[in-house]
Design a protein around this ligand. Structure first.
Ligand code: PLP
Length: 381
């Protein structure tokens, strides 16, 4: 009999929180009006969105006028990066990011470089997947206008030294600092002070897909990517996805309330899983010891990532290799390559990402399945 689905892909997306779902459905039933409309129900929707903005801001310790609701964190990343850069077209300005950012960040920089002529420095990472701080310091120039560094890497869970980086950028440069906080919020303590722009996605926090925010300091003006009206502080056109924006506050609050317990639980799962994996020959643990406790990246003997993923899928186990945005390419993980791992390790990696609902029994089932798959497939590389 097929085992119940074992979902170890929580860095890709998470199950919707029941409280969030119920509130969202109720809102959808009650309010369809445009939040910019001037009649009573439109005003009421507007008020609820603004109440959510205030709540989100207060949770994050920023001001309400520093929260912009967006359709996803990819959009928030694009808006932060291109929104800054487009103010400085044809002025020979310089931008900095790292080589292991999420594709929404990397491809925004590629566009700025290739289509708009910006000079971009892509920083290396060390063996644990963290940005090389000294290289960052050396890369900053008087003409650097933006530094964008992710807080936590989505493939391996490495945690960048954002506190150190932000202090340096604030003190020693004129650049704005953008931090992709998608895999950090709800997983580790995140302090947004001295960060100019930050992106957070609801669907990584048991919230809705198609819902995210960009925190943008109030003194910063961005060039809107979606032209439109006065919506979202004149920074993002388009009719507000009001009900999604309203439940963002609840999503964030619940995720942060549950963070401590959830991460303690994930730490136990990860430790148990690593111990069990150490009993299997040919397994490489690619996440460093100080990575976030909910992400574990491993490579399995000689089995290509997609072979392993498919074989685990046959056993009703959901995992990813690399980030889900690259799930259909078989070029190997660029993150692992940048960390100095071999081509073989980069092509045989899988990512397990846990949540509070996963169990030790599920880890046992995964380990037994893995052993069986390795035995059946042998070497195929
Ligand atoms: N940044 C990181 C680090 C991510 O892991 C992801 C999603 O996988 C994103 C950005 C994009 O988030 P969204 O799916 O909301 O566009």
């Amino acid at each position: 009999m097929l085992h119940n689905q074992v979902y170890f892909d929580n860095a890709s997306t998470t199950k919707l929180n029941v409280e969030v779902k119920n509130t969202y459905f109720k809102l959808l039933d009650e309010y369809f009006e445009n939040s910019e409309s001037l009649y009573s129900n439109g005003v009421k929707v507007h008020q609820l969105v603004e109440k959510s903005r205030v709540a989100v801001a207060s949770i994050l310790n920023v001001e309400a006028k520093e929260i912009i609701f967006t359709s996803c964190a990819s959009e928030a990343n694009s808006l932060a990066i291109k929104g800054i850069a487009f103010k400085y077209l044809n002025q020979n300005k310089h931008l900095i990011t790292s080589k292991v950012e999420h594709s929404s960040v990397l491809n925004a920089f590629k566009q700025l470089e290739e289509l708009f002529g910006f000079d971009v420095t892509y920083l290396d990472v060390d063996k644990s997947g963290c940005v090389d701080y000294n290289q960052l310091v050396n890369a900053v120039r008087p003409e650097t206008i933006l530094v964008s560094i992710m807080y936590v890497n989505n493939e391996v869970g490495s945690i960048n030294q954002i506190d150190k980086i932000k202090k340096y950028i604030k003190k020693e440069s004129n650049a704005f600092l953008h931090v992709d906080c998608v895999q950090a919020v709800g997983k580790i303590a995140v302090d947004l002070s001295d960060i100019d722009l930050a992106s957070i996605s609801a669907h990584k926090l048991n919230g809705l897909k198609g819902s995210a925010i960009l925190m943008k300091r109030k003194h910063i003006k961005l060039v809107p990517l979606i032209s439109g009206g006065q919506q979202e502080l004149n920074t993002r056109g388009g009719t507000s996805n009001a009900c999604a924006n309203i439940v963002f506050a609840k999503t964030l609050r619940l995720a942060l309330e549950q963070m401590h317990g959830s991460q303690l639980h994930c730490a136990k799962l990860k430790e148990y899983c690593v111990t069990k994996l150490s009993e299997i020959e040919g397994i490489s643990i690619n996440s460093s010891d100080d990575s976030v406790v909910n992400i574990l990246n491993i490579s399995c003997a000689n089995l290509y990532s997609e072979v392993m993923m498919n074989a685990l899928n046959q056993k009703n186990i959901c995992i990813s290799a690399q980030s889900t945005c690259h799930s259909k390419s078989n070029t190997g993980s660029y993150v692992l390559k940048c960390m100095g791992y071999s081509e073989k390790i980069s092509k045989t990696c899988i990512r397990l990402s846990f949540c509070k609902d996963n169990t030790l029994d599920e880890i046992d089932y995964f380990i037994n399945s893995l052993k069986e798959i390795i035995k059946n497939y042998g070497t195929n590389i």
